[in-house]
Write a protein that binds this ligand. Structure first.
Ligand SMILES: [Mn+2]
Length: 249
């Protein structure tokens, strides 16, 4: 067995959307990718919005995603360390994936040293200027009382309602995603520049933006991972270099 040496980053699978059948096609593609990287993946970072909607009740979780969950279990059981960042679509994760897949869950940005380089990793929702409405919503979504109240709603109603809102939010934010807005207008770039004023960071890695992008930023490297709806992009760290790649398969 060859030693696992690489670290992979991906985000925004949005499984479940826009419908069961097209999600299943994407899920199978993601699983093929995971199957290809499992031999050398020392670590896997899934940086938010794996699911278009996820909520854990005390004794139940949303149906589906068996192929992805099974494949992640296989990677985990074979020694790949998996970190899951919650996104704005799946922030209601509790201990299910922790228990079943032995992953670690992160709800906020993480700064960590990897092979002597400093990585700043975050899904990206609610960071930087703007998006005041969302920032307010996020306070409601992450509030323990509102989560408890929501969990009292029967899942048949609760999950239907959530899927409805999840689709609406994408229709609302979707149109500007497909182009680079310029450094002055990209909230995550503005956020990264603010951080660079205070800290030394070598790599910023974000999801959320649904537009793959790798660019130099005041001595650092800035990466948007893209998504697995239109781009099928991921980043890989080989110990020395970080590369943004497209999965063809
Ligand atoms: Mn997303």
């Amino acid at each position: 067995m060859t030693p696992k040496t690489k670290i992979y980053f991906a985000s925004d699978f949005h499984l479940g959307a826009p419908d069961y059948n097209s999600s299943l096609v994407r899920e199978k593609k993601i699983v093929r990718w995971l199957d290809e990287i499992k031999g050398d993946a020392k670590e896997l970072y899934l940086i938010g919005d794996i699911f278009d909607f996820w909520f854990e009740y005390k004794h139940t979780v949303p149906k589906g995603y068996t192929r992805l969950l099974g494949k992640l279990a296989e990677l985990s059981d074979n020694g790949t360390r998996i970190s899951v960042f919650t996104g704005n679509h799946d922030l209601w994760m509790k201990d299910y994936l922790v228990k079943e897949l032995n992953v670690k869950i992160y709800r906020h940005a993480e700064t960590r040293e990897i092979d002597g380089k400093i990585f700043y990793i975050a899904h990206g929702d609610g960071l930087g200027p703007g998006d005041k409405g969302y920032k307010m919503m996020k306070r409601v979504f992450t509030n323990p009382l509102s989560q408890w109240l929501y969990s009292r709603v029967h899942p048949n109603a609760g999950i239907s309602m959530a899927n409805y809102f999840s689709r609406k939010s994408r229709a609302h934010t979707g149109k500007n995603d497909a182009k680079f807005l310029g450094e002055e207008n990209e909230w995550l770039i503005i956020h990264s520049k603010e951080i660079l004023k205070k800290e030394k960071i070598d790599y910023f890695i974000y999801g959320h933006r649904h537009y793959p992008l790798a660019l130099p930023l005041n001595g650092a490297t800035y990466i948007n991972l893209g998504d697995w709806i239109n781009y099928f992009t991921y980043a890989v760290w080989d110990g020395e270099r970080l590369e943004l790649k497209e999965y063809i398969g």
